[in-house]
Design a protein around this ligand. Structure first.
Ligand SMILES: CC(C)(COP(=O)(O)OP(=O)(O)OC[C@H]1O[C@@H](n2cnc3c(N)ncnc32)[C@H](O)[C@@H]1OP(=O)(O)O)[C@@H](O)C(=O)NCCC(=O)NCCS
Length: 163
């Protein structure tokens, strides 16, 4: 895919990431202060080491990432996704989801799950996140208030996509 910058198209390639990309992913997440708390960033740091990482790379740097892990032989979950602030709403998040969808389907995975802040949380930034998942074919399956580890102020919306 490509995005528009300063009067020209810049190519972005999605590929598997590894150890060397972890710091870049964490700096993207640290910039997304409305979305990720310091506690979340610590957990993300751990997950980046053990979950499967995909990165979106332009000619210079990592501009987006997603991590996934397999819950069982038919279900995978997105643990984290983020696109660098200045690069959002240009198709990079969609390209990441399309890429993992293709790879997971080829591995025989049938459902992709993601958890995010529910509407009841009434926190504006996550409206965009939910709209993004819905645009990508995820269906809101359930909302769990007091999801373990999320706290009462963060109702958890479970979204699911049939691959
Ligand atoms: C959610 C996120 C990964 C989406 O990545 P992205 O590259 O911006 O998404 P895309 O450009 O592919 O957008 C796809 C769709 O998402 C929605 N969307 C994305 N950004 C939007 C914005 N700023 N306003 C409204 N809708 C938006 C639109 O429906 C869009 O489709 P459209 O282009 O036809 O309007 C990115 O916004 C992000 O990093 N958000 C902060 C971190 C986050 O919320 N992570 C998930 C935690 S559960």
């Amino acid at each position: 895919m490509s995005y528009w910058k300063e009067g020209g198209w810049v190519e972005v390639e999605i590929s598997k990431g590894d150890q060397k990309d972890i710091d870049s992913c964490l700096s993207i997440a640290k910039e997304l202060k409305q979305y990720f708390t310091e506690e979340a960033i610590l957990k993300m740091g751990e997950d980046l080491k053990s979950h499967v990482l995909y990165v979106a790379l332009d000619s210079v740097a990592v501009v987006g990432f997603v991590t996934i892990y397999n819950k069982n032989k038919h279900v995978a979950e997105i643990s984290w996704i983020g696109v660098k602030l200045d690069f959002q709403h240009q198709g990079i998040g969609s390209a990441l989801i399309d890429h993992i969808t293709f790879d997971l389907k080829s591995q025989g995975i049938k459902l992709l799950e993601v958890k995010t802040l529910a509407e009841d949380g009434k926190y504006k930034p996550y409206e965009i996140t939910r709209r993004f998942y819905e645009k990508m074919g995820f269906v809101h399956l359930d909302t769990i208030d007091h999801y373990p580890g999320w706290g009462p102020e963060n109702p958890c919306a479970i979204y699911i996509k049939v691959l």
